[in-house]
Design a binder for this molecule. Sequence first.
Ligand code: MGD
Ligand code: MGD
Ligand code: SF4
Ligand code: MO
Length: 733
Amino acid sequence: MTTLSRRKFLKISGATVAASAVATSGCSLGNSGAGTKESGIRTVATYCDLCFWKCGAIATVKDGRLWKIEGNPLDPLSRGRLCPRGTGGVGAHFDPDRLRTPLLRRKNRGDEEWVAVTWDEALGTIAEKMQKIKAEYGPEAIALFSHGIGGNFLKHTLKAFGTPNITAPSFAQCRGPRDVGFRLTFGEDVSSPERTDIRNAKCLVLIGSHLGENMHNTQVQEFAEAVGNGASVIVVDPRFSVAASKAKHYLPIKPGTDLALILAWMNVLVQEGLYDKDYVDQYGFGFDHFAASISTATPEWAYIETGIDPDVIRETAREMARYRPATLVHPGRHVTWYGDDAQRSRAIALLNALIGSWGRKGGFYTPQSMDVPAYPYPPYPKPLKEKVDNPGHRYPFAHETITTGIREATITGMPYPIKGWFTYATNLLHALPNDQETIRAMQNLDLMVVVDVIPSETAGWADVVLPESVYLERHDDLNVEWFREPFVAIRQPVVASPHDQKPGWWIALQLANKLGLEAYFPWKNAEEYLEKRVTAAGLSWDELKEKGIIRGQHQPIYYSEGVPAEFPTPSGKIEFSSPQLAQAGFDPVPRYTRPTQGPEGSFRLLFGRAPVHSFSRTQSNPILADMMDTNEVWVNANAAARLDIADGQYVRLRNQDGVVSNRVRVKATERIRPDCVYLVHGFGHTARGLRRPFGKGASDAQLVTRSAVDPLMGGTGMNVNFVTIEPAEDNHA
Ligand SMILES: Nc1nc2c(c(=O)[nH]1)N[C@H]1C(S)=C(S)[C@@H](COP(=O)(O)OP(=O)(O)OC[C@H]3O[C@@H](n4cnc5c(=O)[nH]c(N)nc54)[C@H](O)[C@@H]3O)O[C@H]1N2
Ligand SMILES: Nc1nc2c(c(=O)[nH]1)N[C@H]1C(S)=C(S)[C@@H](COP(=O)(O)OP(=O)(O)OC[C@H]3O[C@@H](n4cnc5c(=O)[nH]c(N)nc54)[C@H](O)[C@@H]3O)O[C@H]1N2
Ligand code: SF4
Ligand SMILES: [Mo]
């Protein structure tokens, strides 16, 4: 930072002490480090990056030091309130474990031994290896794993380079099956943020969706609102979750049997004539075949599978019918559980169709968005090869790229070799099942690049590690969301990066320059890019910078308000029976198969979220780690007593393949069934550079050596691992 820019900045900040939303310019930001002369208080509007919900936020800087982050009241997602993780976002800037400078591998992959180098050297090395790979194998031999909006600029560089192999774990390890199930049924996705009208639901059914621990802001706020309005809540979960504590009906289902329950619910609605006949007559396709197919799925049949009393199944089905169409059966989000996930999600879509909730108030609204044109780039070169992840379309309904498909191709070299990986903001060793398989793939590479903010497990295997500025220190792409109402939001720097970290846009641009792809970067900094898009949309750039959000006109979102009921399926209707599935050799109406059981005496391993952490990315954040610095393994109290294991005792978990976890404390509780145990995901770090979280808690990811692949779309069901519990040799804290 030059003296000139700092002085200029002091002038600006001096004039605007305690005023809100001062526009910032990239290079004149206060630093959090010592010696900063900035004084007074200033605020900058931006949006959160602690998860993918992207809540609008206002960051406050006091005397040059990042002080706090709050919700932006103008933002329809956060409505002025951030979740605990968002509030703790300040800790991402101050995290003592941050990567500080580009690193080159010094020894073997995985040894975590590095030499610090300049950006020029790091990017030069990468570009040279990329060109070599391109010359030998073609540009398609480079793959990018990228999660979140920050990756947009790097994606652009890699598309310009000529690869189609760009992927994220949010499809095959998260919401992919749901989107496929809903597409097959209604012709459209549920999208993110989900188009769920939780706020107006009079009856809300949560199947595993553990809102309150899953902290997606709008949903949690709306859930609280619905509960406050007296909505009838039905929760299905083997574990008594936070959401279950708000439920009128809690159904402690046997894990993996949800499809049987959903089929039985539909059976009751049809048999008792409780479904929305007008809606189904008007919009439905293949109903008779559907009704015949589910006619044997009685509550008595489902009881044997699920352990849920037939009377409870009938009573809850009637409860759903009572409030229709304002009954919302939540589609879930992380739905890669058992390998039958797209069909289970399709069954959830069909249940909603019977209730008539799609397009209706209290069900699924029709989302709206602002019209913001993409940046007018030159067209990308057309890759000569198809994507590598899904050869022969063996997963015919995968509409996004399958991470594990790229991993497989990297190991087998089929259908063609993959020789370079970029990972941006994804920790593959915690996100993909079977970490040993991921390591095998990485060992096959000629180039492994990790762009991260902390030295993650995956960074430990890189040839080159690039330290990114955290979201509070950079511009990112515009957030133009499909939501209840149209809006656009900006992320802009609040403070400068403390060391030699650089924003993603800068890394993407510099790399493109080294690759001779300058033509794809007609802008010289992110502000130029953003301003062009914003003004092309007819919006005020100054207003967006100042307020952080520009909202559009409210538009109709329900059929009753005039939204046309259109279903972009092949039949143009809601497909109760799916000719597409039949043609591809799958069940046109979902059919239940019993989940596989574990070895005698083992527990099924389940996992999920804690309110103050995101995946494996926040355990080193000092603010969030102070709130929760390890996980516990939930074990049913009676099961623990039978094993002579006490509450609070340290144990290790051993999975069916002999993998043994870090030691972890037992939470012996009535709040979980005796056939499963539960871990909060993201703990049990093994990367040495993560000094504080290193070795704390157990990693579910390490124990997920197996997965059940969804035949429709290639998703990896990960709730198919089983563990036994052994006392830890050292049983003291
Ligand atoms: N075993 C198991 N596997 C799972 C899940 C599970 O619960 N259990 N959940 C699944 C689900 S739902 C999802 S969505 C995926 C999530 O998978 P990922 O998105 O891969 O999640 P993380 O493990 O948090 O890894 C994110 C990485 O991004 C880095 N990062 C954070 N902020 C930034 C930034 O600003 N810039 C850059 N460059 N990097 C940053 C973090 O330090 C971290 O290393 O995992 C899936 N896989
Ligand atoms: N705080 C916080 N919130 C987050 C995230 C985060 O990292 N941190 N990540 C976000 C993301 S990307 C996602 S995808 C979501 C994930 O959150 P969700 O989609 O809500 O939930 P899952 O992780 O799939 O499921 C966890 C719940 O399912 C239950 N469960 C396990 N097996 C079964 C079963 O067989 N049947 C039933 N009915 N229930 C079962 C578990 O007991 C647990 O309560 O959370 C989002 N919100
Ligand atoms: S839900 Fe929480 S962590 Fe996610 S964007 Fe919103 S405030 Fe940030
Ligand atoms: Mo997810």
